[in-house]
Design a protein around this ligand. Structure first.
Ligand SMILES: *Cc1c(COP(=O)(O)O)cnc(C)c1O
Length: 471
């Protein structure tokens, strides 16, 4: 660096206040009372260090004066950035009911209340209230699951990926698992059946072809090393055309004849018939057990509409082997998960579909959603009419969460064509709202699907839109 540049940057550095001096500013004194002095001190140091760096990089005089004037605000902004939660609620206006990026199923209010009660107090998590002795955590939720599924036994782990891993490790480690080539799927987030298999210590034995697998293909593959037959719900993809696979009953008969367990990874864990909603192809969890499957696994936060969890249910002898495997301890769930799951399952037992938001959203009709979209359009039209065209138009909501692809629900969308910015810019502005609004962008329009917007979020949604379209 030239000597002269050095001198001038040194003189500019001298204009920075000392940290103690900066903290005497009234705004920061108040902030230190609220947020604690150590935090404000740390933020002040960080802000000053940043300015020093800018000066050394050649910040001009004018820029420096402006910065010095705003130092207290900078420090306050730094503190609120440090204290702001990273995980926040958002308004899901995409219409994707089980949006994995947006937290999948939202819990019902009653389930969330139970989580609050259990989380903020002691509980009988592993305590038998009858005997006063140590109890078993896995007993919770099991009575509900067994009744709803018609299962002999059930356990709960962290998610369905963990459930599949545990089942394979406990029932097939060191042996072979027979799977159809048409079911060697990847679910996303790097859950791949062949990889999970390798991790579990079981050896994958692929049978059939991508589009057709017959019962004889399974039968031929069975040998002394075979430990189980695995059926996997293809979840997020669909093979159409020249396809074939044996029915569950046929597979179950083969498994029984060869004295091998049949395991099915169901993915979603549907507990009620959603064929009126067009989900006739999605298998009911209980139906698989009735068809002769020995063990099923599924997610708690897909179509079931509960907390993140993985359920393993079926024959007692097999479920017990999973429970006694060392991995169960590593994959077990916390009291908050049991709390939310028990209440969600009780909602099913009582037939209270409305209490489970995901289920309720799936059942909303296009007319109901259209009326709400029209109301929102009318509310906004007067304020933003000059800046955008607002239209209610027919469309489709995606279910998500790996449920049958190609199945969508008819809906009505509020379509916004902004005049002063691109649709992508409008969507970005909506994401910066409080709470953030997540919408779809298609063909230069921002599309809002109120299927997944809670009625008590509509006002916040309207003001976010008004703000984003008028500023
Ligand atoms: C979603 C899914 C999984 C993974 O379940 P998570 O609960 O996300 O771990 C596994 N198998 C199938 C078939 C799925 O659809």
């Amino acid at each position: 660096m030239a000597p002269r540049a050095q001198t001038s940057s040194a003189s500019r550095l001298r204009r920075l206040p000392a940290v103690d001096e900066l903290l005497k500013h009234e705004r920061l004194r108040t902030l230190a009372e609220e947020a604690g002095r150590p935090l404000v001190l740390g933020a002040a140091r960080e802000v000053l260090a940043r300015v020093r760096q800018q000066i050394r990089a050649g910040l001009p005089e004018a820029g420096l004066s402006d910065l010095l004037l705003h130092l207290p605000q900078e420090v306050a902004a730094e503190v609120s950035e440090w204290l702001g939660a990273s995980l926040r609620p958002v308004i899901n206006a995409t219409g994707v009911v089980l949006h994995t990026n947006l937290g999948r199923a939202p819990l019902g209010v009653e389930a969330a209340r139970q989580v609050f009660d259990l989380a903020t107090r002691y509980s009988n998590l592993e305590f038998d209230l009858g005997t006063g002795k140590r109890g078993q955590r896995h007993a919770h939720a099991a009575k509900f699951l067994n009744r709803l599924l018609g299962a002999e036994a059930s356990i709960v782990v962290n998610n369905n990926a963990a459930a599949v891993l545990l089942v394979l490790a406990a029932l097939a480690e060191g042996g072979e698992v027979v799977v159809s080539r048409g079911e060697l799927i990847e679910i996303g987030g790097s859950f791949r059946i062949p990889d999970i298999m390798a991790r579990s210590g079981a050896v994958l034995c692929e049978v059939g072809t991508t589009n057709r697998t017959r019962l004889a293909d399974y039968a031929r593959a069975l040998n002394k090393r075979t430990r189980l037959l695995l059926r996997v719900h293809p979840s997020n993809f669909k093979i159409v055309g020249f396809t074939e696979r044996p029915s569950l009953e046929e597979l179950a008969a083969l498994a029984r004849k060869r004295r091998l367990p049949l395991v099915e990874d169901l993915g979603s864990g549907l507990l009620v018939d959603l064929s009126p909603q067009g989900l006739a192809e999605e298998p009911l969890a209980g139906a698989s057990l009735r068809a002769g499957v020995d063990v099923i696994t599924f997610s708690g936060d897909k179509l079931l509409g509960g907390p993140q969890a993985g359920v393993i249910a079926g024959k007692k002898k097999l479920v017990e082997r999973c429970r006694k495997h060392p991995l169960f301890r590593a994959l077990r769930v916390d009291k908050m998960t049991y709390a939310a799951l028990e209440v969600t399952l009780r909602n099913y037992l009582r037939g209270e579909g409305k209490e489970i938001p995901a289920l309720h959203f799936l059942r909303l009709t296009a007319e109901e959603i259209g009326e709400r979209a029209q109301r929102l359009r009318a509310q906004l039209a007067a304020d933003v009419g000059a800046n955008a065209t607002l239209k209610v138009t027919a469309g489709h909501s995606v279910i998500g969460g790996g449920s049958t692809p190609g199945t969508s629900l008819p809906t009505n969308l509020l379509a916004i064509s902004p005049r002063r910015s691109s649709a992508a810019e409008l969507a970005a502005r909506l994401r910066r709202a409080h709470p953030p609004v997540i919408a779809r962008v298609e063909a230069e329009r921002v599309l809002l699907d109120l299927r997944t917007v809670f009625p008590d979020q509509e006002e916040a949604l309207a003001s976010a839109l008004r703000e984003a379209l008028t500023r």
